[in-house]
Design a protein around this ligand. Structure first.
Ligand code: SAH
Length: 364
């Protein structure tokens, strides 16, 4: 039985489900979910992420982390958490770069939050022998609040389940996933179902307009911010998403084999993701008591951290790699590539509210 037919059977038994529920089954169903069954990264997979483009990305972030840790007076026993570590490449590059400050690594505990058993196995192979204490958990949960928290998440929040609401003449109605003649289909909730949070501007959205919000992402961001504010540390979230608008417009997309697909066509077979709503994430961070820096574009962030200089140094050490380094830099910061669509957002304790890469920002 395919995952699509299992979802149809579930809907026939229990009624329509939210887009969020559909998304979490499609991505994480233990037997057939997209992330649960494969390694989707790289040229042969469905998409390439920044750490897979070049080791320089993780190195910059590793140096960012040790700088922020030093700025806070080198707190003892820091915990480094990565959400959704994929192939483990980012964490490997972070730990290698952080060797310049052995004191940071000395008391460090690394926690990898990974729901997919397949990817966890890949991560174990890559990071298990790093000499640092590493453990895994399937969810962020509520056990990570007693040590300073240094957290990184690259292309994690875009995979979290989101709800969609459509403006109709009856008011805002949630878009649901239903079954028609044994096939998955979208349908609007018959009664108005106002979104849980009403951002400014919602009233101006015309009929047919879509509002997206991820309660899971916002609750998680608030939890992270609360720990960072209380225990010290920092959270760095890098993702693709919009900055000015907050949640308006439909961005949920399916990607399979490097091309776009119908969201309902092949649950479990295609990746599903949506633009991250940085304005909403920042508001959740402030709600949790953290100072919020950004969002800044990935281009501005990596340039300020010295990406160009790092590429030059690597190229002079290994001239044969020069062309591929130039290509990697272009991919990471080119305005028509990942440079402006991708953004970085940081949460810091209110007492330490500045960080490299966010110089232009006053915390709010
Ligand atoms: N950070 C990596 C991978 C990004 S893809 C990179 O940049 O290459 C998203 C990652 O998050 C995958 O590892 C996926 O299995 C994991 N993931 C997605 N949803 C999750 C959830 N709800 N809980 C835990 N892990 C999740």
């Amino acid at each position: 039985m395919t995952l699509a037919s299992r979802i149809v059977a579930l809907i026939e038994a229990q009624g329509p489900m939210s887009v969020a529920q559909f998304m979490s089954i499609a991505l994480l169903d233990p037997r057939d979910g997209y992330y649960a069954t494969r390694d989707p990264f790289g040229a042969a997979g469905d998409f390439i992420t920044a750490p897979e483009v070049s080791q320089m990305f993780g190195e910059m972030i590793g140096l960012w982390l040790v700088q922020v840790w030093t700025d806070q007076g080198c707190p003892k026993n820091p915990r480094l958490v990565e959400l959704g570590p994929g192939r483990g490449t980012l964490m490997t590059d972070i730990l290698r770069a952080a060797k310049v400050v052995p004191e940071f690594l000395a008391g460090l505990e690394v926690v990898l939050v990974e729901a997919s058993p397949v990817l966890r196995t890949l991560q174990e192979k890559k990071i298990g022998g790093s000499g640092v204490s590493v453990r895994w958990q399937a969810q962020f949960g509520d056990q990570l609040d007693e040590r300073p928290l240094f957290l990184v998440a690259n292309e994690f929040f875009d995979a979290l389940p989101l709800r969609q609401y459509v403006r109709t003449e009856r008011g805002w109605c949630e878009r649901m996933v239903t079954a028609q003649n044994g096939e998955l289909a979208f349908a609007l909730a018959p009664m108005p179902t106002p979104p849980p949070m009403i951002p400014v501007g919602l009233e101006a959205v015309p009929e047919g307009g879509v509002y997206e919000t991820s309660p899971a992402a916002l609750a998680l961001a608030e939890d992270i911010a609360r720990i960072v504010a209380r225990r010290g540390g920092a959270a760095l979230m890098v993702d693709y998403g919009y900055q000015a608008r907050s949640g308006f417009g439909e961005t949920l997309q399916a990607v399979g084999g490097h091309s776009f697909a119908d969201v309902l066509a092949e649950p479990g077979g295609d990746d599903l993701s949506a633009h991250v709503d940085f304005a909403a994430l920042a508001a959740a961070g402030r709600q949790g008591g953290a100072a919020v820096l950004g969002p800044v574009t990935q281009r501005a962030f990596l340039a300020a951290l010295g990406l160009a200089e790092r590429a030059e140094r690597l190229a002079s050490a290994n001239p044969a790699a020069g062309t591929s380094l130039v290509a990697a830099v272009k991919r990471l910061v080119g305005p028509d590539q990942m440079g402006t669509l991708f953004k970085a957002l940081a949460f810091l304790p209110p007492a330490f509210d500045s960080a490299p890469g966010f110089a232009a920002w006053t915390a709010s």
